[in-house]
Design a protein around this ligand. Sequence first.
Ligand SMILES: [Ca+2]
Length: 77
Amino acid sequence: MSAAVSEQLLAKVQRIFDLLDKDKSGLIDSEELGLMFQQLGQPKSEEELKELISVIDEENTGQITFSSLVKLFTLDL
Ligand SMILES: [Ca+2]
């Protein structure tokens, strides 16, 4: 059985994605991701953010798509 992502998680990630995507580009860049970690009280360096993005960025856009963000939340980092 594949790891199904619950609708509850999807709704949560959608809310977070909308909050993070300040410029409404449909993608989250390292700057926007950095703001999220700052707000969580766990600030990360530019290098750490890029590394994190590279782990979940399957399309190599250098930015985070909605599906990548879902993956980030299911990875339990
Ligand atoms: Ca954006």
